[in-house]
Structures are given as structure tokens and as C-alpha cells.
Design a protein around this ligand. Structure first.
Ligand code: IDP
Ligand code: MG
Length: 166
């Protein structure tokens, strides 16, 4: 990406995308990464990782009061990736689709690859939804810093940048 050429620096966002353990187990890592690549986003960091409990708890701290929180923490263990680009946060959420796979549109990652529906009547079990994406630019920064150490992200200019944006 060439920020000074095609976008002002303030426009450049970072999002944290995680292929969740079910996505890794089901062999969807390449498929999911491929969708973000084809869209035109720039990959700046990538690692396969066994997530310690403390990190999972910090990542999902906003959901601590939820009944499904303990099972969510048990569920999250490996496979994070980071993507960076203009408007990437909202755009990535669209590519990913609704939290509940039952409501996720066909064509979205969850709509195409996840079948988990409510085990209970009120939508209470939607955990196996293969992928995570930050829900705001602020959380994109926070989560990226949480999962990647200094020096683990690459700064580079994709050759396709001028073909993606005027
Ligand atoms: P998001 O991943 O679409 O942003 P959040 O509401 O932030 O959805 O929830 C984080 C994750 O927690 C979800 O992706 C899903 O794996 C899990 N989760 C959310 N709601 C439920 C639920 O009602 N039961 C079980 N797991 C849930
Ligand atoms: Mg969320």
C-alpha cells in the first residue's frame, strides 16, 4: 500500500483477522486468507499460534459477563492473521458475515462455511463460526498489538496498489 499516493494516512486502518480453531481444523486457512487477498487487502503479519488462556481472556474481555464466555475461551486456541488497508475494518466484517452462521448471507465466509445454529431456542450457541474480525478501528489496533509483538509486522508496498485505487 502507498498511503501518500492513494489515501491519506488517517484513512489507513488495521484489522485483526483470526482463523478460529474450527477454521484451522477444517482446512479453511487458505480459503479465508485467499478471500482477503483477492479483495485487495494487504497482509502485514501472519502467524500460526496456540493461544494462551490469558490472551484469549484479554482479547474477549468485553464479553466477560456473557454466559458463553467460558466456552468461548476454551474454543479459541490457534491461527491468527493481520490485514491492513483503507476501510478494512467494516469491509472485513462484511466479508465475514453475521456472528450467527444461520443469519450470515451466502457469499460471506460464515455464510459459506459455518453451520452452527442455536443449540438452544434463543440463539445461544453460535460459537463455531470459523473466523474473527475486529469490530472497530480502535479494536483493530488493540487486538493487533495484543497478538503481534514489535517487529512481527511487515511494512511493504504491494505492486497492485495503483490498480486498486485511483
Ligand atoms: P463477532 O465475532 O461476530 O464479532 P461477538 O459478539 O464479538 O461476535 O462474539 C465473539 C464470539 O463469541 C463469536 O464470534 C462467537 O464465536 C462467540 N459467541 C457470540 N455469541 C455467542 C453465543 O450466544 N453463544 C456462544 N458463542 C457465542
Ligand atoms: Mg466481536
Amino acid at each position: 500500500f502507498i498511503p501518500h499516493l492513494v489515501a491519506s494516512l488517517e484513512q489507513v486502518e488495521q484489522t485483526y483477522i483470526m482463523v478460529k480453531p474450527d477454521g484451522v481444523q477444517r482446512g479453511l486457512v487458505g480459503e479465508i486468507i485467499s478471500r482477503f487477498e483477492r479483495k485487495g487487502f494487504k497482509l502485514t503479519g501472519l502467524k500460526l499460534f496456540q493461544c494462551p488462556k490469558e490472551l484469549a481472556e484479554e482479547h474477549y474481555k468485553d464479553l466477560k459477563s456473557k454466559s458463553f464466555y467460558p466456552t468461548l475461551i476454551d474454543y479459541i486456541t490457534s491461527g491468527p492473521v493481520v490485514w491492513e488497508g483503507v476501510g478494512v475494518v467494516a469491509s472485513a466484517r462484511k466479508l465475514i458475515g453475521s456472528t450467527n452462521p444461520l443469519q450470515a448471507e451466502p457469499g460471506t465466509i460464515r455464510g459459506d462455511f459455518a453451520v452452527q445454529t442455536g443449540r438452544y431456542s434463543d440463539n445461544e450457541n453460535v460459537g463455531r463460526n470459523v473466523v474473527h474480525g475486529s469490530d472497530s478501528p480502535e479494536n483493530g489496533k488493540r487486538e493487533t498489538a495484543l497478538w503481534f509483538k514489535e517487529g512481527e509486522l511487515c511494512e511493504w508496498t504491494p505492486a497492485q496498489a495503483p490498480w486498486l485505487m485511483e
